[in-house]
Design a protein. Structure first.
Ligand code: HGY
Ligand code: MN
Ligand code: MN
Length: 414
């Protein structure tokens, strides 16, 4: 990092006013945000972002997947772009930091570099990716950009196809447009993402910055337990084929299984859909949203085998049939050593303590790593809370992260 750059810092007031204005869009009474991808609130947030990009006199590009790019031509005319970004969509009733911190820090970095009139060896882009949070298809925007997204993914959204189609038309997107958003990897110099840790290791270890080593792999599966609808009043309990019993037994069993046999991995049953879903009918079918995560593919394979054996045992115990439909399989990804090195140098230059740590959350960086060197910067999450209105990061930590993003980007781009 040359001398002139090392004293550069973000404009904290501008960064904060952007952050606070954005947090109001889709804001909830408990201080979180509810901005599911392509919802009215999410589209309003994107309209707001477009305004900020225009006010910063940066060029804007929106690709076929709805990814919003602010462009700064600080490099050669047809040079490659170093992308900095994250996402503005949230989980239902989520927190106001998960995603927006990275998008607004990226925008702030481009504004500082533009104000300084710096010319670099690559151009810079600040990106807001579409549907990182799997409202319909997880990492949809970044997977579209890298060319990883297939028509099959769009035809099997995690919500109903009708809802997905309505959302696409609300946002002015089409499936073919999304699939056409694939970008030539030769135009991408790399990717950097600032994000909250969404865990409590940085707080516990009293470190300012986390430098991500690996992002876990994530597999999502629909399981279905199939029994028999019966009268809930006249059918003796021991003569039922009750799909709810199978789903409940499975859910309890997999918690114990993973804690015992895969202690550094996780499993989640995030939803159950009952049919015919009536007080007075023994459930005939229960659809279970199963997701599990680990930092290596062979661990994921062993987990999948053990979890499905558990489903078989639960079904057998209650005289049920069961089915599994794969939804998503996202591989674990190592971050790039050169990018990690740039982040380390930024921390040292800014006198910030740091630690290398893995990410239990998935991120767009996972997709972007398939087309160029990618890296992630974490800042502490108070209490480790995230994906809830309790999500909170101290403002100084947000600014530390944005300054590390600025310096790491300059190291990679000059
Ligand atoms: O689920 C995740 O890990 C990310 O927040 N989409
Ligand atoms: Mn998230
Ligand atoms: Mn996120």
């Amino acid at each position: 990092m040359n001398k002139t750059f090392s004293t550069l810092r973000i404009n904290q007031d501008r960064f904060r006013s952007h952050f606070e204005a954005l947090a109001k869009i889709g804001g909830t009474a408990e201080g979180g945000v509810h901005r599911p991808a392509l919802s009215e609130a999410h589209l309003e947030a994107r309209r707001w972002l477009k305004k900020q990009i225009a006010q910063a006199h940066l060029e804007i590009k929106i690709d076929g997947a709805g990814n919003h790019h602010a462009l700064l031509g600080c490099g050669p005319q047809d040079g490659t772009g170093l992308l900095l970004g994250s996402h503005l969509d949230s989980v239902p009733n989520g927190g106001r930091f998960d995603g927006p911190l990275g998008v607004l820090a990226a925008l702030e970095v481009l504004q500082v570099i533009k104000e300084q009139g710096l010319s670099l060896k690559v151009n810079l882009e600040a990106v807001d990716f579409t549907d990182e949070e799997d409202c319909f298809v997880s990492y949809m925007g970044s997977r579209a950009l890298t060319g990883d997204l297939k028509r099959h993914d769009l035809q099997n959204p995690s919500k109903s196809r009708d809802l997905f189609q309505q959302a696409l038309s609300r946002a002015g997107l089409t499936e073919s447009g999304i699939l056409a958003a694939a970008r030539d990897p030769k135009t991408v110099a790399g990717y950097l993402e600032l994000h909250i840790e969404q865990g409590n290791r940085l707080i516990e270890q009293r470190k300012d910055i986390g430098i991500v080593t690996t992002i876990v792999g994530i597999r999502s599966r629909w399981l279905k337990f199939l029994g028999r609808a019966d009268h809930a009043g006249t059918t003796p309990v021991n003569r039922r084929r009750d799909a709810a019993q199978g789903a409940a037994a499975f859910t309890l069993a997999v918690r114990d299984l993973v804690m015992k046999d895969f202690p550094d991995s996780v499993v989640n049953v995030g939803n159950m859909e009952f049919a015919p879903a009536a007080f007075n009918v023994v459930p005939e079918a229960v659809k279970v949203a199963l997701q599990f995560r680990a930092d290596e593919n062979n661990k994921l394979d062993r987990m999948e085998k053990a979890l499905l054996e558990e489903a078989g045992r639960a079904a057998q115990r209650f005289g049920l049939r069961w089915e599994m439909a794969p939804l998503e399989s996202i591989a674990p990804v190592d971050m790039n050593p050169k990018v990690q090195e740039a982040i380390i140098r930024a921390c040292e230059n800014l006198n910030l303590s740091y630690v290398m740590l893995s990410s239990g959350a998935g991120h767009d960086a996972q997709s972007m790593a398939s087309i160029g060197p990618a890296g992630m910067i974490f800042v502490p999450s108070a209490g480790g809370f995230s994906h809830s209105p309790r999500e909170f990061t101290e403002w100084q930590d947000c600014c530390n992260g944005a300054n590390v993003l600025l310096h790491a980007a300059l190291t990679l781009a000059h």
